[in-house]
Design a binder for this molecule. Structure first.
Ligand code: NDP
Length: 287
């Protein structure tokens, strides 16, 4: 028997989650502040609750898909005792907010899991979907089968902040890489080269960067950064050239300035002969 699920928050993500749960044969009760946003999922078989309390009362597991954690307090703030129900908050926010929320929920008798969904709404419930979870392992284990309907499940640890940290560390890489692509496109665009022509080369260089990561991770973890071909000094000279080229092109300088600053600090600390991974020190200690 598939467990009954309550889902609160019917933006694009929440609606996609309800769809995936219904497709998986779960009875689903929903609630959304703007009631009309439930119409489509109700037409597909979900049950509309009249109030948040009714929604919480309908299932042992309550999944939240909200803009942020503030919305959780706005919706569930009046509930004083969750009576052992499981709350799985899949909204994005800071790790600190998720830790506070875990404490808040547990003080009110809930078991609390936090999660970070790594795909956009159209991919929810498909093979491409994956979600980081953290919080009490026994709660995760008990509901993992249900959560798998939303996407591949990855348990990261009992610290409730961890799922958000994994989510944000991934998006840190993602957003920076996307801005770097646009910056490169603007740099070449200053010479009239269309982005379309740059795109395959950018893909190639992203693949090269990906190949460097296993060794980089070892060096970051060991704190040993033996210099070889890609020293901080050599890479730093390239960072200088990118900044100068960007200045000449009259394009935005924030990104190349930030990167150059990492190299400058490593070199100023006498670590120019170390591998580029030495920059981790200036990133960890931004003084
Ligand atoms: P939306 O912002 O579209 O919807 C969020 C839901 O939160 C809506 O149901 C909205 O209600 C509700 N809400 C917001 N504030 C309040 C409040 N104060 N009180 C009551 N309800 C509130 O978000 P998405 O569906 O796009 O995303 C949900 C979460 O998933 C976000 O945290 C997002 O960062 C994360 N995420 C989104 C991805 C995406 O591609 N969209 C990908 C991965 C994660 P109402 O309908 O009444 O406005």
């Amino acid at each position: 028997m598939n467990e009954h699920v309550t889902l609160i928050g019917l933006g694009p993500m929440g609606q996609a989650m309800v769809g995936a749960l219904l497709d998986g044969g779960h009875p689903v009760t929903v609630w959304n502040r703007t009631a009309s946003r439930a119409d489509d999922v109700v037409a597909r078989g979900a049950v509309r609750a009249a109030t948040p309390a009714e929604a919480v009362g309908a299932s042992d597991i309550v999944i939240l898909s909200l803009t942020d954690y503030r919305a959780m307090y706005d919706i569930l703030g009046q509930v004083e005792d969750f009576g052992g129900k499981v709350i799985v908050n899949l909204s994005s926010d800071t790790p600190e907010k998720t830790r506070e929320a875990a404490e808040w929920a547990e003080q009110r008798g809930a078991r609390f899991l936090t999660g970070g969904v790594m795909v956009p709404a159209p991919a929810v419930g498909t093979e491409a979907s994956y979600v980081y979870y953290s919080g009490p392992k026994d709660v995760y284990d008990a509901h993992e089968k249900t959560l798998r309907r939303i996407g591949e499940t990855h348990y990261m640890g009992d610290d409730p902040g961890l799922a958000q940290l994994f989510y944000q560390a991934n998006l840190d890489v993602f957003l920076t890489a996307l801005s770097a692509f646009l910056h490169g496109a603007a740099l070449l665009g200053s010479a009239g080269v269309p982005a379309k022509e740059f795109e395959p080369w950018a893909v190639k260089v992203l693949q090269l960067a990906a190949q460097l990561l296993p060794r980089a991770a070892e060096q970051v973890d060991s704190g040993e950064h033996p210099g070889d071909l890609s020293t901080a000094k050599m890479m730093g000279a390239t960072a200088d050239h990118i900044l100068a080229a960007s200045e000449a092109a009259g394009i935005d300088l924030e990104l190349p300035r930030a990167i150059k600053a990492h190299y400058d600090r490593a070199i100023a600390a006498g670590k120019g002969g170390d591998n580029w991974t030495r920059l981790i020190d200036s990133i960890r200690n931004p003084q």
